[in-house]
Design a protein around this ligand. Structure first.
Ligand code: NAD
Length: 236
């Protein structure tokens, strides 16, 4: 912890790269932990139900799963989200790059958040483009329909869909320019998101995760633990 504090204090351009593990302490299950969604029994595996093909072929089932498991609107930011927002205000953190779709970094006050996989808070009609918020989506039944009759789809990147090019480019640039990169709460199993960390060239690569990750062997500092607890315990 002392080394982590020192690394943070010495850095002025920290980039944080996170995943579903950043929000488990807010009560949102991740995918691959023991209590994650992949361990629960569904009719189809979660990757299938969150794929573009499934959305196109089984639209009503997609939305039943999506509303029940991916829309966690009562969740609130935890110590990890709040610390990162505070560090951004203090000029330490330049960007938060997240694979999460829950919007908790923005709720905590972070301004420069790059959402690689989109957000549950943006939804648009596939026919006329009209926007809807997440509360509207949660209250919808069956296949959510726009006033024009079109299907309203969440702006989240489903398996089989491409990531936004602008977000990808900005993320690579931020990581390339970072003097410290903190990777936390991610299994680094989802591509291309996980490959972005390869753009880091510095010598302050910090990994904070409950279980081993493919980046552990490269880390200058590896902390096995809960990211919210770890960040809350720092005096920075
Ligand atoms: P993942 O489930 O594959 O891996 C989560 C990792 O975080 C695991 O290694 C786990 O050990 C670790 N972890 C869990 N809680 C932690 C904590 N409190 N502190 C530190 N480490 C913790 O998640 P992923 O790598 O983000 O990839 C899965 C995909 O799931 C992402 O693309 C994401 O879009 C999506 N997803 C998002 C949410 C969300 O928005 N909150 C929730 C579930 C899944």
């Amino acid at each position: 912890m002392e080394r982590l504090e020192k690394l943070i204090e010495e850095s002025r351009n920290i980039v944080f790269f996170g995943g579903a593990g950043v929000s488990t302490e807010s009560g949102i299950p991740d995918f691959r932990s023991v209590d994650g969604l992949y361990r629960q029994k569904f009719k189809y595996p979660p990757e299938t139900m969150l794929s573009h093909d499934f959305f196109a072929a089984h639209t009503a089932e997609f939305f039943d799963f999506y509303r029940a498991k991916m829309l966690c609107l009562s969740a609130r930011p935890n110590a990890a989200h709040l610390t990162l927002a505070r560090w951004e205000k203090a000029g330490l953190v330049r960007a938060v790059i997240t694979q999460n779709i829950d919007g908790l970094h923005q709720m905590a006050g972070s301004q420069n958040v790059l959402e690689l996989h989109g957000s549950v808070h943006r939804n648009h009609c596939l026919q006329c483009g009209k926007n809807y918020d997440a509360e509207w989506m949660l209250e919808s039944r069956g296949v959510p329909q726009c006033s024009c009759g079109g299907v309203v789809k969440p702006d989240v990147v489903l398996y089989g869909e491409s990531l936004d090019n602008g977000t990808l480019t900005a993320s690579v640039k931020a990581i390339f320019e970072a003097d410290a990169l903190i990777i936390a709460g991610t299994s680094l199993a989802v591509y291309p998101a996980a490959s972005l960390i390869d753009a880091y060239r510095g010598d302050r690569l910090i990994v904070i995760n409950r279980s081993p990750t493919p980046a552990d062997h490269r880390a200058n500092l590896l902390i096995q633990g809960s990211v919210g607890e770890v960040l809350a315990a720092l005096h920075v």
